[in-house]
Design a protein around this ligand. Sequence first.
Ligand SMILES: [Zn+2]
Length: 302
Amino acid sequence: MIIKSRTVPDELILLKSVRARTKVSEKTENQIISLEKGFIGEKMFDKRMIKLALDYLFINDLLLETNNTHYQIDSLLITQPKIHIFEVKNYEGDYLLDGDCLRLLSGREIKNPLNQLSRSVSLFRQFLQYHRMNFAVEGHLVFINPEFYLYNASPELPIIFPSQLERFIKQLNTQPSRLIGKHHGLANKLLASHIKDSPYSIVPEYSYDKMVKGILCVRCGNGFMVSSDHQHLTSVNCNFVENKESAILRSVKEFSLLFPDKKITTSAIYEWCKVINRQKTIRKVLQENYKHLHLGNSSYFE
Ligand SMILES: [Zn+2]
């Protein structure tokens, strides 16, 4: 059973929103491409893991802190004999493992995900120890892209290549697995320990004033929405149609992701959305979905 499913990372939503509303550097552009690629790889992994047929708990995108250190776990699988930690990489092309270094065949060195994995596994073991829980833990580095090849990889390494994943799942399925209270206890502990506001790596500078206002299309991400009738908006880019309420709610979320310090008020969201003709429409949506708080003469939503 999947108890925490994967969603588009906030960092990616934020960067794409900044890109659609301002001019961004090539570095940010590359950051978006790499985040998108990573997310696609994780979704590919999820799709393959559907074939799991045993009693299990799956937790995706877990961000934990142990000993003042943050670490992200792409996927964590709880089965009776073992806890499996997966680091998923969507690399493409030919790579070479050169001692502790991972290189592209062209020679450029990249961060070795094996180190990232062993760091996560070690911190996770400390997490278990701290909570006085006793489970066997095993980490796996999954290369999900069939167009990936790694030279010099020894069979002892905890790597699962695309052509091995099917057999790995089959092998898991043959294990006896009946989860009991302590497994569910661990899952609950993990969900409660998950950090929602991830400390982003590098976010480009942006300011409210310099941003193009309007409602971005949820489908293409680049186009803005225009009013098509009383209740709907249409993307100028891809003609996607959405009802106003859901578009406004998305914009409120985006607004608070970009500007966590700004208060959500009817006039702020009215200005941010730009294409909604009447403040009344915005107020109604906010009132129905958020808590209305009063502060002296002004009021805002939470
Ligand atoms: Zn669109």
